[in-house]
Design a binder for this molecule. Structure first.
Ligand code: PRP
Ligand code: MN
Ligand code: MG
Length: 186
């Protein structure tokens, strides 16, 4: 693979693969929402890249809104209890909502978000996630549009971060262990 940054062990999904897959998903979304309004809801911050590229690939009138959420609980372990840091500006009543996410890991964030948005009277709520880790799932979520199912590895890039870094990589890669392993343990 070309252009592997030194902090990655490999490129898992290339820029080209992402572009091709988002085009395929966009054709399905256009067909499914033909003649209907569509509100894309991006989940900050990880979803910024997929939101920007999906929105531009869609030949369909859309509006965009954003939510920022944070899992309660310490460290990397997701607790499933979610706090809204920034809520939507949009009233969801009667709207067709498509939640746009970069990755579904345990599924706890989306499970909570789905339940929350469904209380607001939308016409429909579906999910589009670029990546899903089936082996990490702790709850079963019905995800209508999935880009790629990936192994349970530490991935970064294309919106996904480690300690807020690597979001601007154009592809999705596997983070090298030396990056997150304390020096003493190496
Ligand atoms: C990451 C990712 C998803 C969520 C998936 O967000 O972007 O939103 O975790 O995890 P889950 O399926 O186990 O709930 P994060 O909380 O790291 O915030 P970020 O998007 O700002 O990086
Ligand atoms: Mn996120
Ligand atoms: Mg993150």
């Amino acid at each position: 693979p070309r252009d592997i940054p030194e902090d990655l062990t490999e490129i898992l999904i290339s820029e080209e693969q992402i572009r091709t897959r988002l085009a395929e998903l966009s054709r399905r979304i256009e067909a499914d929402y033909a003649g209907k309004d569509l509100l894309l809801v991006g989940v900050l911050k990880g979803a910024v890249m997929v939101m920007a590229d999906l929105a531009r690939e869609l030949h369909h009138p859309i509006t965009m809104d954003w939510m920022a959420v944070s899992s309660y609980g310490s460290g990397t372990e997701s607790s499933g209890v979610v706090r809204i840091l920034k809520d939507l500006d949009t009233d969801l009543s009667g709207r067709n909502v498509l939640i746009v996410e970069d990755i579904i890991d345990s599924g706890l964030t989306l499970s909570w978000l789905l339940a929350n948005l469904n209380t607001r009277g939308p016409a429909s709520v579906e999910i589009c996630a670029l990546l899903r880790k089936p082996e990490a799932a702790r709850v079963d979520i019905d995800v209508k549009y999935v880009g790629f199912e990936i192994p349970n590895k530490f991935v970064v890039g294309y919106g996904l971060d480690y300690a807020e870094k690597y979001r601007n990589l154009k592809s999705v890669g596997i983070l090298a262990p030396h990056v997150y392993t304390p020096v003493a343990a190496q």
